[in-house]
Design a protein around this ligand. Structure first.
Ligand SMILES: [Zn+2]
Length: 443
């Protein structure tokens, strides 16, 4: 009897468990909610860390404006004190040929503008980065990089300036057309040589060593018909704690480089997602497209310069010691006009870049199939990019989609492509952790 009772109780117990389970089976699981999944990620950047990221990035909006004003004021002072005329006079004492005079003028102009701009460069490039905890360099190392940058500028800028003034002398009316050609040639050569001759001056590039990350990257490259003989790893941690990767070069020198912060500070899904994005730039031909846009913008800018600069020189040239547009002493006038146009064109150039970045994001999600990895990477990038701007702000100031836009795109992709997608609980962000300590997970 006792045993029978026990059996009944057991059966009832089993039934008690079984019945709800049977009843639940036909009820579909709540569908993956894109908005909720997005919010779960965005909520991991809160409080002081979010305020700091917003302050850093919003301060950058002002730096665009102040940077242009600083450069215009410095050029204005160079004209006002007749410095560019003096540079030209020095050139004329050394050289008879106009090309030589232009070379000396441009050389001195580049050097003197660099020196006068130095306090501004130190604040924006070093002090501010250090204040926000993004700088990994000592002042000495940073200054060393600046000196290398100056050395490169002293070689390249006078060459471009010589070519531009040569076409101004030869064709005073239509020089802007040939000038655009000059810009196109220099940009193309620059893009080809930069990864081979310029980037290694600042960082050490080596083959990404055999690792799960490399295996994964090579697999993705093969699947997308990208030559994967060389994938480079460079020591960006020398300068900064930002994670990143890039596609650089053009034609024979095009390559994917991964920075060591990405490898050290993120998990494999994040690395794969970021590299998938870079592969998007590669496959979608963004290097060539970007170059084309820049050349078109240069054409517009030079056309405006060719219309405005002669009028300015006619009016103030005597005071500045500038004879005409073909006089290399007019260099600061060109520089002022280009700074104004660069400032005004900021929303356009940002939108061109951001659109390409968004296309690369979409490509990367399909290539890596790591929506949560990409969302996590977007969160990490938001440590220096305001995560949730309003749409107009994003259009004007963002050269990459914001963190919020990227996380949402990832979660939408997950809903559309992952069968039975489930919410994950994103790990909390530790924005101030030094490189290599952000994620405990091994690579
Ligand atoms: Zn990109």
């Amino acid at each position: 009897m006792k045993r029978a009772m026990w059996m009944i109780a057991l059966a009832a117990g089993v039934a008690a468990f079984a019945v709800p389970a049977l009843a639940e089976a036909p009820v579909p699981v709540a569908p993956f909610d894109v908005t909720e999944a997005t919010r779960a990620y965005l909520d991991t950047l809160q409080g002081a860390a979010r305020a700091k990221s917003n302050a850093y990035f919003e301060g950058g909006y002002w730096l665009i404006l102040w940077g242009a004003l600083v450069s215009i004021m410095i050029d204005g002072a160079i004209l006002r004190f007749g410095l560019s005329a003096r540079f030209r006079d020095m050139g004329e004492r050394v050289f008879k040929a106009k090309a030589g005079v232009t070379w000396i003028t441009a050389l001195l102009y580049t050097l003197v503008s660099f020196v006068i701009t130095l306090p501004w460069s130190i604040y924006t490039g070093f002090v501010r980065e250090k204040q926000y905890g993004l700088m990994n360099q000592t002042f000495g190392a940073w200054a060393g990089d600046q000196a290398k940058g100056l050395a490169i500028a002293l070689v390249l800028v006078p060459l471009i300036v010589m070519a531009i003034y040569a076409v101004i002398r030869r064709s005073p009316k239509h020089w802007w057309i040939y000038g655009t050609g000059v810009v196109a040639v220099f940009m193309t050569i620059g893009a080809i040589i930069a990864p081979v001759y310029l980037a290694p001056l600042f960082n050490t590039y080596k083959e990404l060593p055999a690792s799960p990350a490399r295996t994964r990257i090579v697999e993705m490259a093969k699947a997308n018909n990208i030559p994967a003989d060389h994938i480079y790893l460079f020591d960006a941690s020398r300068q900064t704690k930002r994670i990143s990767a890039n596609v650089s070069g053009l034609g024979p020198t095009i390559r994917i480089s991964v920075n060591d912060n990405l490898i050290n500070r993120t998990t494999l899904p994040e690395t794969a997602a970021v590299v998938g994005h870079e592969m998007g730039h590669y496959v979608l031909g963004h290097a060539r497209r970007g170059l084309l846009y820049l050349v078109l913008l240069a054409a517009a800018a030079l056309w405006i310069v060719s219309r405005v600069a002669p009028a300015l020189i006619k009016r103030h040239g005597e005071r500045w010691g500038v004879r005409n547009l073909a006089d290399p002493a007019s260099l600061p006038v060109l520089s002022i006009l280009l700074a104004i146009m660069g400032l005004v064109a900021t929303p356009i150039t940002n939108t061109i870049t951001r659109t390409a970045e968004s296309d690369a994001d979409a490509f990367g999600l399909n290539a890596a199939r790591e929506p949560d990895g990409f969302a996590l990477a977007a969160m990490q990038l938001s440590e220096y990019r305001k995560i949730q701007p309003d749409p107009l702000e994003e259009m004007v100031f963002y050269d990459h989609p914001s963190g919020a836009t990227r996380v949402r795109m990832s979660m939408q992709w997950k809903k559309d492509h992952v069968p039975n997608a489930v919410m994950v609980t994103p790990p909390p962000m530790v924005p101030d952790a030094p490189a290599g300590q952000i994620t405990p997970s091994a690579k």
